[in-house]
Design a protein around this ligand. Structure first.
Ligand code: PXL
Length: 276
């Protein structure tokens, strides 16, 4: 009997299918992971109002977590959109109650289609309650900047210092993603001692919705398969770069990355790795 490794994603549902829970589950399937989900909020714009975040109740969140744990159990937990202090505190409490040691925290704050995915007053709870439980956090440049009190980040050297400073919040590893740099897409990993950069060419596309979710989901998947964090980041950077390269759209809206691209292409995207 083949039993694939298990990953639970605790995140928002993105009705358009490009990001959030949907991107996570597609990524897990591509990487032969048994995926499960706890939906914290449903993101979908109400046609007659501006309301586009529909938070789920604490009861629903707890029930989903308990069901996944009881029916299946998990090897790795990944968190994405959490939205409020209440949810962050609940999720931290649930994680602490398990013997779970591997936790990938993607500190999701704002979606590409302009949804506010984390309330302003919830930043402190993320810093104090959840990030210290993380094996790895995966902020992009705006998220890293906000977690550092609004520091400006422009160059790879700024990302390196940001990774070093964010490590003080307590995660084992910090990956600051350079998707918004000028020039190549360089991500910086810090393990408390050593900095490693992962460089991919910049791909000229607007169809990158869900790229961050896909990247962190792939990291969770590779960690569940027993890869080291260094190796998991390398494999996942390659996976997401190929997915971005083959991004597409069905409408005039910003479209998704192509989760099946690496499998269909049959090879990993080359990534330059440097350690300092
Ligand atoms: O891409 C970030 C993201 C994460 N989670 C949910 C989202 C989005 C972007 O729209 O909707 C639920």
């Amino acid at each position: 009997m083949i039993k694939p490794p298990r990953v639970l994603t605790i995140a928002g549902s993105a009705a358009g299918g490009s990001a959030g829970i949907q991107a996570d589950l597609k990524t897990f399937q591509e990487l032969d992971i048994y995926g499960m989900s706890v939906i914290t909020a449903i993101v979908a714009r109400h046609p007659e109002t501006d309301k586009n975040v529909h938070p789920q109740s604490m009861e629903a969140i707890e029930a989903q977590f308990a069901t996944a744990m009881k029916q299946v159990g998990f090897d790795v937990i990944k968190t994405g959109m959490l939205f409020s202090i209440e949810v962050i505190e609940k999720v931290a409490e649930l994680i602490e109650q398990t013997s779970m040691t591997q936790v990938v925290v993607d500190p999701v704050m704002v979606g590409k289609l302009d949804s506010k995915l984390l309330k302003d007053d919830a930043i402190a709870a993320l810093q104090a309650k959840l990030i210290p439980l993380a094996t790895i956090i995966t902020p992009n440049m705006p998220e890293a900047s906000i977690l550092l009190g609004g520091r400006e980040l422009n160059h790879v050297e700024d990302l390196k210092q940001a990774a070093i400073d964010l490590h003080d919040l307590g995660p084992k590893y910090v990956l600051v993603k350079g998707g918004k740099l000028d020039g190549p897409a360089v991500d910086v990993l810090f393990d408390g001692k050593q900095l490693t950069t992962f460089e991919a060419p910049r791909i000229d596309t607007v169809n990158t919705s869900g790229a961050g979710c896909t990247y962190s989901a792939a990291i969770a998947a590779n960690v569940a398969k027993g890869k080291s964090i260094q190796e998991a980041v390398l494999l996942s950077k390659s996976f997401v770069t190929t997915a971005i390269e083959h991004g597409f759209t069905y409408t005039e809206m910003v479209g998704p990355t192509y989760h099946a691209a690496e499998r269909l292409r049959g090879e990993a995207h080359p990534i330059k790795v440097r350690t300092s």
